[in-house]
Design a protein around this ligand. Structure first.
Ligand SMILES: [Cu+2]
Length: 205
């Protein structure tokens, strides 16, 4: 008898589970009540094991179903966040323009190099010796306003006469000197009229 009763209970439990799975029929509340009561009876016997797994299975299903919607939203924001970084790049391209501004300062230096030219004009005094029948040095370069002094260090008399007639000295005996100041730029060639092969030149800048 116990065996038959057990089989009947298990069959009732199975039918109850099937009814629950189908969400109940249109038969009416009476059928559901009987099914529920039979299920409760079966639960009391032993089929507790079959009833619980079904609920856990549905629970897991619902649990796994909910996560998917939440994952989709989170991925979308992250993509939007990664797209945001690109904008900063244009900001990095703006720095280059400043360099050109740094290249502009160099021009001023040329202006600084222009002032130097004025200083050169400091007048000086240059000496030329007449020795061994020659002007030493034969060619001198001076600035405007400079003075050239000739000194006869030879044992012969000499003189200093410009080719263009700009200046001319008297005859200079040993130890005699002659000087002239050059106020205009140019090249002034001169000779010793006593010894025409003695030549020299003064360049004035
Ligand atoms: Cu001479």
């Amino acid at each position: 008898m116990k065996r038959i009763r057990a089989i009947a209970l298990s069959l009732a439990a199975v039918s109850a589970v099937l009814l629950l799975a189908c969400g109940g029929g249109n038969d009416g509340g009476a059928a559901e009540e009987t099914a529920t009561s039979t299920a409760t009876a079966a639960v009391a016997a032993s089929p507790t094991v079959t009833a619980t797994p079904a609920r856990t299975a549905t629970a897991t299903a619902t649990a796994s179903a909910t996560p998917s919607p939440t994952q989709a939203p989170t991925q979308a924001p992250t993509q939007a966040a990664t797209q945001a970084p690109p904008p900063p790049a244009p900001v990095a391209t703006q720095p280059p323009p400043p360099p050109p501004v740094a290249t502009q300062p160099p021009p001023p230096p040329p202006v600084a190099t222009q002032p130097p030219p004025p200083p050169p004009p400091p007048p000086t005094t240059v000496s030329v010796a007449m020795n061994n029948l020659a002007f030493i040095p034969g060619n001198v370069t001076v600035t405007v306003g400079s003075t050239v002094v000739w000194r006869n260090s030879d044992q012969f008399p000499h003189d200093v006469t410009a080719n263009g007639g700009g200046f001319a000295s008297d005859t200079l005996n040993a130890g005699g000197t002659f000087s002239t100041t050059f106020s205009a730029p140019g090249t002034y060639g001169y000779i010793c009229t006593i010894h025409p092969f003695m030549t020299g030149a003064v360049t004035v800048n």
